[in-house]
Design a protein around this ligand. Structure first.
Ligand code: ADP
Ligand code: TZD
Ligand code: MG
Length: 581
């Protein structure tokens, strides 16, 4: 294959009859639109694309598996509101990246998966090209939009469409198919430059109707037990100041969803996180800001929501189809969160009645009761550690370093960390999101370090870590300030299960006992630490965060401490046959 980076030198040396090609145009189109980082895995036909991007000063982060590169791109999109770009080879590389693209769409993260593909003539006649696959057709149902570019002069408009599709309206994943032939297509450089498109206002403000704003405020003003729920859409919107004004001006208690923690600190007096069950059950008017009534909110109905008592919902969302998805919404406010929240604040006027004190007092009492209950569990200096004693140490780490980014996955490791570790700043907690997908950890940690430069603490179940653990090499290679803590309880949920058939195979949920995950990172020159007490854990994390050296801490957790499926055991269908026998 021709070396595009070398060709670049020879073409820039000739002022007359200057040529460009598909490789250069793709890079130029991305850079023109402010995209300066690519996450991916090289190979045919995109190896030169990565080289050329690097030659042109872009950051190209090369992973060990495309799924992790895809997760990295998607969370870069969440953190920056610019589509994160993942670059893969054809068929298998594309498919490896596709899970992350689908996950991005599900979570409303803007991302573009760019994959090289084989020759159309051969693919469409199914003649067996190298890594042959009709990638566009496969990608389409799993993303927000999918495009293929066939002519070099269309690269500018194709990239522009992909960017706009990813970030406008409800953000999501976009697939961009680049056949090998396109990349080596040559055209006049000046015509090429003119064909590029700088996207103007890629995510236009969407202003809510004044009547919708009034309807929402009328309901909120009349509420006896109001509640505001903040979702990750609110974190994404980066309307932190307006959201804080709305919440503090109304005095209404708020409940953050997992990745919305920290928009206002979890320690804010109006935060009802520690009284979650109570506020969901007993509230009368609930305003959702960038949160969907999906399984994570019990679909807005049932006992969780205090049925048979009825609930009145106000919902702010950019996606009109989201309204009435699970229950009727009394006051939809459709628009972008920044515009909607500002419109609400403006229309509230000077004075606003504080919520009835019996409501806020009841929440306060419940919070104090739950926080006291938890405090004693966090302080237990148990050996081996249980989840709470280990998390008590990590809770202190984030309290002392509120600008660090916390990445979190697992079952017990996830559910308990979410409740125990308070967040103080927006967009600092990144986790498994809407699907509860395992394997996001290392990709998220890498992108968080690259995009923000802040130290990252990745708290991983030992199973969760296994989905992406090879990327510790990537963390070491790029020398990123990432500290991975593996909560090693010897398995999925628990390490104590036995083979119910009595055979010599291990139980399906149990791993090698007493594995030393810390030794994995040592193979790549990182720092491995093995800890068994909360004090050791705290010290090891502090050292890692201070040194900014790639570190993996194997934290030994009592294998009997976890519960089946963490906090979502009720979603687990139980075998009736097994129960009877
Ligand atoms: P969580 O899991 O935290 O409850 P969800 O992912 O379910 O959050 O919901 C996020 C919602 O936010 C989606 O319905 C999405 O359409 C919406 N959203 C995302 N960005 C914006 C924005 N800028 N303005 C308004 N709504 C947004
Ligand atoms: N595969 C994928 C991609 N996502 C999933 N969520 C699962 C499988 C199923 N699963 C969970 O929902 S949690 C989990 C799996 C395999 C791992 C839990 O074990 P862990 O955490 O070691 O990560 P704890 O602390 O032991 O509970
Ligand atoms: Mg485990």
């Amino acid at each position: 294959m021709a070396d595009a980076a070398v060709r670049e030198k020879s073409t820039t040396a000739e002022p007359e009859g200057e040529l460009t090609d598909g490789f250069h145009l793709v890079i130029d189109a991305l850079r023109l639109n402010g995209i300066n980082t690519i996450y991916g895995v090289p190979g045919i036909p995109i190896t030169d694309l990565g080289r050329l991007a690097q030659a042109r000063g872009m950051r190209v982060i090369s992973f060990r598996h495309e799924q992790n590169a895809g997760y990295a791109a998607s969370i870069a999109g969440f953190l920056t509101r610019q589509p994160g770009v993942c670059l893969t080879v054809s068929a298998p590389g594309f498919l490896n990246g596709l899970t992350a693209l689908a996950n991005a769409t599900t979570n409303c993260f803007p991302m573009i998966l760019i994959s090289g593909s084989s020759e159309r003539e051969i693919v469409d006649l199914q003649q067996g090209d190298y890594e042959e696959m009709d990638q566009l057709a496969v990608a389409k149902p799993l993303c927000k939009a999918a495009f293929r570019i066939l002519n070099a002069q269309d690269i500018g408009i194709g990239v522009a469409r992909a960017i706009r599709a990813a970030v406008s309206g409800r953000p999501g994943g976009v697939y961009l198919d680049l056949p090998a032939k396109l990349l080596s297509q040559v055209m006049d450089a000046e015509a090429g430059r003119k064909s590029l498109v700088k996207v103007v206002d890629p995510a236009p403000a969407q202003i809510p109707a004044p009547s919708a704003v009034k309807r929402a405020l009328d309901l909120l003003r009349g509420a006896k037990r109001p509640l505001i729920i903040l979702g990750k859409g609110a974190a994404y919107a980066q309307a932190d100041a307006a959201i804080r004004t709305l919440i503090e001006k109304t005095g209404i208690p708020f409940l953050p969803m997992s990745m919305a923690k920290g928009i206002l600190p979890d320690t804010h007096p109006q935060c009802a996180g520690a009284a979650r069950s109570t506020v969901l059950k007993d509230s009368d008017v609930v305003m959702l800001i960038g949160a969907r009534l999906n399984w994570l909110l019990s679909h807005g109905k049932g006992k969780t929501w205090g049925e048979p008592h009825s609930k009145t919902f106000i919902q702010i969302d950019i996606e009109p189809k989201e309204i009435d998805s699970n229950v009727g919404i009394a006051a939809p406010v459709v628009g972008d969160i920044g515009s909607c929240v500002s419109a609400l604040v403006d229309a509230m006027g000077g004075s606003w009645p504080a919520p009835p004190s019996d409501w806020t007092d009841a929440i306060k009492a419940k919070k104090e009761e739950n926080i006291a209950k938890m405090a004693s569990r966090l302080m237990r200096n148990a050996v081996p550690m249980d989840f709470h004693s280990a998390l008590g140490a990590l809770r202190s780490v984030i309290k002392e370093r509120p600008d660090a980014i916390l990445v979190n996955e697992g079952a017990n490791t996830l559910d308990l960390a979410r409740g125990v570790i308070d967040m103080y700043q927006p967009r600092k907690r990144l986790d498994v999101g809407t699907w509860g997908v395992m394997g996001i950890g290392m990709g998220f940690a890498i992108a968080a370090a690259i995009e923000t430069g802040k130290p990252v603490l990745a708290v991983e179940g030992d199973s969760a870590f296994g989905f992406c653990g090879m990327e510790v090499e990537t963390i070491c290679r790029y020398n990123l300030p990432v500290c991975v803590v593996v909560f090693n309880n010897n398995g999925i949920y628990r390490g104590t299960d036995v083979n119910p058939g009595g055979g010599s195979d291990p139980a399906t949920t149990a791993f090698v006992k007493d594995a030393r995950y810390d030794r994995i990172i040592e193979a790549f020159g990182g720092v491995g630490v093995h800890v068994t007490t909360p004090d050791e854990l705290k010290r090891a994390v502090d050292t890692a965060m201070n040194s900014r050296r790639p570190t993996l801490i194997n934290a030994v957790i009592d294998p009997a401490a976890g519960t089946e499926s963490g906090r979502i055991g009720k979603l687990n269908p139980q075998s009736m046959v097994r129960k009877k026998t």
